[in-house]
Design a protein. Structure first.
Length: 274
């Protein structure tokens, strides 16, 4: 039975994504223009595309069956986690928007929301885009392979911290590619650090979801999907609004940690391999 090297997977993922994004950046085009958009989209799918190659190359039939069960089986997810993934995440973010407005802050302009409201036929396309752009493009790798591999060596806390750093660094080329949200935010400004905090909070929540639901990749997928949908429907929004959303997302993560009572210090992860 072969195992996947987290170092090899990480290097392959970064090389794949960063090479394609580098081509898009050096083209001088926007991420919305052809052909830069192709390099942008394919590069963004790097974690999952590389994961598929590693699964095909290294897993036997039984391991592949288990992997795809983790990705697709809803039965792994406990009822409470359906609420956390699909309701609590967007609710926490919207609560941040509401509190910000209550304190005199500006409301998000919600360009996508208004567009979908006026053109409801575009909703299925929007949902598919949100499923692919982030959740499906990344989670087969980050939570499907890398988190598992890390937790065989390290505690949940260390594994989560390392995965956060890698996931955040993996996004860095986007800050140099015109047309992306990250490029508009710019380097080392308030939005840059708030984005880093959001990645950190989501990494913790996804580790909790993964370990509490029999290593479910689908649970992490749903969190990523809920977060992306909510954020996309709100754009554009102010720095202050994003800060309040981040604050209430942090409250959700801390509350979930407390309720779950998962130990992020023990040497062994809080799950068993199926």
């Amino acid at each position: 039975m072969k195992t996947i090297s987290p170092i090899k997977f990480t290097l392959a993922t970064f090389a794949f994504t960063w090479l394609l994004l580098a081509i898009a950046i050096l083209s001088g085009q926007s991420s919305k223009d052809f052909p830069a958009i192709l390099f942008y989209i394919i590069g963004g799918c790097g974690p999952s595309l590389v994961a598929l190659f590693f699964v095909w190359r290294n897993f036997n039939v039984e391991q592949r069956r288990e992997f795809w069960s983790r990705v697709f089986s809803p039965r792994r997810i406990q009822p409470i986690w359906w609420i956390v993934t699909l309701v609590a995440v967007p609710s926490a973010m919207l609560l941040g928007v509401w509190v910000n407005a209550l304190l005199g802050g500006t409301m998000p302009q919600m360009d996508y929301f208004n567009l979908l409201k006026s053109q409801p036929a575009e909703i299925p396309v929007f949902i598919i885009m949100m499923m692919i752009g982030g959740p499906l493009a990344e989670e087969l790798g980050w939570r499907g392979l890398l988190l598992d591999a890390f937790q065989k060596k390290w505690s949940v806390a260390v594994s989560t911290l390392v995965l956060f750093l890698l996931w955040w660094l993996w996004h860095l080329p986007l800050f140099f590619l015109p047309g992306t949200t990250q490029y508009a935010w710019g380097l080392f400004g308030n939005m840059f650090w708030l984005f880093a905090m959001n990645v950190f909070l989501l990494t913790i929540l996804m580790s909790l979801a993964h370990n509490s639901n029999n290593r479910s990749v689908l649970a992490a997928f749903l969190i990523h999907f809920s977060y992306n949908v909510t954020l996309s429907l709100l754009v554009p929004y102010s720095v202050q609004t994003f800060a309040f959303m981040t604050t209430f997302l942090a409250v959700l993560v801390v509350g979930t940690l407390t309720i779950q009572k998962l130990n992020f210090i023990k040497n062994q992860p809080a799950y068993s391999e199926g």
